[in-house]
Design a protein around this ligand. Structure first.
Ligand code: ZN
Length: 105
């Protein structure tokens, strides 16, 4: 069972990938195969994140745990979905901004 910080992070990442896939790949409901793969990769990384409850935002983290090509893929997704999150998922977006203010471990 994941700690609350990781559970919320999972929701945030999933919402961002969904948004990206719907707009860029025209998916409805389910993700396309490529986005499903990056989603599963991201979920696996969160499960193994060494910081858990103290997890900083990935942008501020000193461990860059994503390898290429997933690293570039997730960056593209974040760049696209980030600004749109405030409108679509304001609570998740605000939570993420708050995480960004806290000092990284
Ligand atoms: Zn997609």
């Amino acid at each position: 069972m994941a700690v609350p910080r990781i559970r919320r992070e999972r929701k945030t990442v999933a919402a961002m990938i969904q948004l990206f896939c719907r707009k860029k790949h025209g998916s409805r409901g389910a993700l396309c195969a490529g986005c499903q793969a990056i989603h599963d990769y991201a979920m696996g990384k969160l499960e193994r994140c060494p910081f858990q409850e103290r997890k900083p935002t990935c942008a501020k983290c000193r461990i860059h745990c994503y390898k290429e090509p997933q690293r570039s893929q997730i960056r593209e997704i974040m760049r696209f979905a980030g600004p749109r999150m405030l409108l679509r998922h304001p609570l998740l977006a605000i939570g993420h901004l708050r995480d960004g203010i806290r000092p990284a471990p």
